[in-house]
Design a protein around this ligand. Structure first.
Ligand SMILES: [Ca+2]
Length: 315
């Protein structure tokens, strides 16, 4: 449990000092697997008192919105882009499109990196852009190990505030840990906004066995002021996220962050963060999803498929 909490706690490798901070912080109300078990049908907000999402570092109490349960059906196929798309479900007139990749023509090297700044790109190719989408799939490399694949805009695109959205379908299998997040490394600070992290291999309701494979049936939204300082955390129960495309989004305002699933608000937290952040799409392994093994489906057919990523600024 503790190990699970810690691993979920911070996505980035930590320095020794940051590790100590993280361990201290995650021993508290970090919201691990002992948080409320939510029904798998539809999206529901658990009572705030049961999610343990009270900050242990800043004293900020994070509350849940009183939104009604949301039920969504997966989109069987990726949607086509509008000429000037607005955030799904939002008043488009309040937003100006600032960044968009519809993944129609390869991965633009002047926009994206294919490895995090602290690692080298693995030579085993486990991603592509085809059929109008970015696909990242589980694959063992030449040494026989699964490896992290990170697609990010570090050094190439940053944004502070606005609305951030992807439409994506998630992979299945033990150990898979797909994510969509905003991040930056500024000196020793590691501000991080996890818009979507899923753990198919995790204990229900993170994942559910279907036809012999664990499917993702919940995801988490998390905000870190820096490594080890969790400001907000929410588990969001969903339908099977590998069965079709869904929209995962964040509205980032100066004193508030609001998370959306298929255009419906699922969580809001009064967190103030003001750093420029870059965009990350990745497929990693571990944490609450467990370790990948020979049961984990490899290959393109089991991809984290991202139809688009878009970001708007407030007008
Ligand atoms: Ca697309």
């Amino acid at each position: 449990m503790f190990t699970t909490d810690f691993n979920r706690c911070c996505r980035l490798p930590l320095t020794a000092s940051a590790l100590a901070l993280a361990l201290a912080a995650c021993g508290g109300g970090g919201g691990g697997d002992d948080a409320t078990q939510l029904p798998a049908s539809g999206v529901q907000n658990a009572p705030a008192s049961e999610t343990g999402n009270t900050s242990s570092s800043s004293g900020t109490t994070v509350s849940n919105p009183a939104s009604a349960p949301v039920a969504t059906a997966p989109t069987p196929a990726p949607t086509s882009p509008a000429a000037t798309p607005g955030p799904f479900g939002q008043d488009a007139g309040k937003y100006a499109l600032a960044f968009a990749d519809e993944f129609e023509s390869g991965l633009a090297g002047n926009t994206w990196n294919d490895a995090a700044w602290y690692e080298k790109s693995n030579a085993t190719r486990n991603y592509t852009v085809e059929d109008g989408a970015l696909k990242i799939w589980p694959q063992k490399d030449a040494s026989g190990k699964f490896f992290n694949r990170t697609i990010d805009t570090d050094g190439k695109y940053y944004q502070t505030y606005g609305y951030f959205e992807i439409e994506a379908k998630l992979p299945v299998g033990k150990g898979t840990w797909p994510a969509f997040w905003l991040f930056n490394h500024i000196g020793d600070r590691r501000p991080e906004i996890d818009i979507m992290e899923a753990y198919a291999g995790g204990t229900a309701p993170w994942g559910k066995m279907i036809d012999g494979q664990p499917h993702p049936t919940m995801y988490a939204a998390t905000v870190w002021r820096t490594a080890g300082k969790e400001e907000a955390f929410k588990k969001i129960a969903t339908p099977d996220l590998s069965a079709g495309f869904h929209k995962y989004a964040l509205k980032w305002e100066p004193n508030k962050m609001t998370f959306y699933f298929d255009g419906k608000e699922v969580y809001s937290a009064p967190v103030a963060m003001s750093d420029p952040m870059y965009i990350m799409l990745d497929l990693w392994y571990g944490s609450a999803s467990g370790q990948p093994d020979n049961t984990t489906p490899q290959g393109k057919a089991n991809s984290y498929v991202v139809n688009y990523v878009r970001a708007w600024k407030f007008k």
